[in-house]
Design a binder for this molecule. Structure first.
Ligand code: SF4
Ligand code: SF4
Length: 81
């Protein structure tokens, strides 16, 4: 089943507190241990984007307002058919 939504996470605001990771009911989010943000944190990212239901929980619980939730089909990444 295609994802029902997607989220954008602003690296400039994310401080890797993991609240969104633990509160997402679909276990979509994780901290990206392969990357450092400009502030020196491993930022949150969509580890399992196909499971997002656009519930908005992550955006509500983020203490730094780093997350924006979108409903619908996620945009294709560059290079995807
Ligand atoms: S919108 Fe809901 S399902 Fe999607 S990442 Fe955020 S908390 Fe998880
Ligand atoms: S809740 Fe916000 S600040 Fe915390 S890890 Fe998620 S996006 Fe980053």
């Amino acid at each position: 089943m295609p994802a029902k939504g997607w989220v954008e996470i602003n690296d400039l605001y994310c401080k890797a507190c993991e609240t969104c990771v633990t509160d997402c009911p679909k276990d979509v989010l994780a901290l990206d241990m392969s990357r450092l943000s400009p502030r020196g944190y491993h930022p949150a990212y969509m580890a399992r984007p196909e499971d997002c239901i656009a519930c908005g929980t992550c955006a509500v619980v983020c203490p730094d307002a780093a997350i924006t939730v979108y409903k619908g089909t996620p945009p294709k990444k560059e290079g995807e058919a």
